[in-house]
Write a protein that binds this ligand. Structure first.
Ligand SMILES: C[S@@+](CC[C@H](N)C(=O)[O-])C[C@H]1O[C@@H](n2cnc3c(N)ncnc32)[C@H](O)[C@@H]1O
Length: 246
């Protein structure tokens, strides 16, 4: 029998060992690449609405939200909106003020579906604009005010330049102890144009942007514990913890 502390210690050490198993990571990546031909990551729902994430990554976000209790969650790149409902459901239980969803394309029927879930919908605030437009940034800053107790999830246009711009802009509203998540860093490790034609690929993606951002910015570190244990993740090295206020 283990005590809770002993079990935690075992889990941390096992995660560290697993992180060093390169063959296992290659095998996991191989499965992700093959399953991506069948849009595996598009198959998850929350409250009936699609989330374009691996459940493993949503569990990681749940752990972050539980641990840090953000006042605002800002998701940059919303797609079908199930992720907004997921964050808002957690805030319903744990507290929190608003979930801000930003996307360049939010059709009315999508907004209607996401807005139709009673009080889970009530704290969702939409910004239908580019994530890097001056007006978007101004609106986000106005909404969060002086709060830096915020979680930001970047998951929009995955080109290097765009993500780097987002990292520089949105990191400003994340304070010490809170998280900035850089989504889809896995693209760096996927074969060129793996399964779809996209303007991003190896050498030009969120991971290359993240590397440049971490070179120039000493306020964020990769959460190694999360990274070590996920194995199946689209956000390799993408869970960043803020360690210093701006
Ligand atoms: C990968 S999907 C987001 C998935 C979503 N985060 C989820 O977990 O289900 C990317 C989204 O980013 C949006 N997008 C692309 N360029 C954008 C931009 N410049 N600003 C805001 N959103 C953008 C697309 O319209 C698309 O809905």
């Amino acid at each position: 029998m283990f005590t809770r502390d002993e079990f935690e210690d075992l889990r941390i050490k096992s995660g560290e060992k697993m992180a060093k198993d390169e063959q296992l990571h290659q095998d996991a990546l191989g499965i992700l690449v093959r399953a991506d031909r069948y849009y595996w990551i598009h198959q998850t729902n929350w409250l009936g609405e699609p989330i374009l994430q691996l459940p493993q990554d949503m569990f990681a976000l749940q752990e972050i939200i539980y641990k840090t209790r953000p006042r605002f969650i800002i998701e940059v790149g919303v797609a079908w909106g199930g992720s907004l409902l997921f964050y808002s459901t957690l805030m319903e239980i744990l507290g929190g003020e608003k979930v801000i969803g930003i996307d360049i394309y939010i059709p009315d029927d999508l907004m209607d579906r996401i807005n139709s879930k009673g009080r889970i919908s009530d704290r969702i605030y939409w910004i239908n604009n580019s994530s890097v437009a001056d007006t978007t940034i101004e609106e986000v800053k106005k909404l969060v005010g002086d709060s830096r107790n915020n979680l930001v999830v970047l998951d929009s246009n995955h080109t290097h330049d765009h993500v780097l711009q987002e990292l520089r802009l949105y990191s400003q509203i994340v304070g010490n102890g809170y998280y900035l998540v850089c989504g889809d860093t896995i693209i760096e490790h996927m074969p060129e144009k793996a399964n779809r034609e996209r303007p991003w690929g190896p050498g030009n993606n969120p991971k290359t942007a993240l590397d440049e951002f971490l070179e120039e910015n000493d306020r964020f570190v990769v959460d190694k514990r999360l990274n070590n244990k996920l194995l199946f993740t689209c956000n390799t090295m993408g869970y960043l913890k803020c360690i210093k206020d701006a």
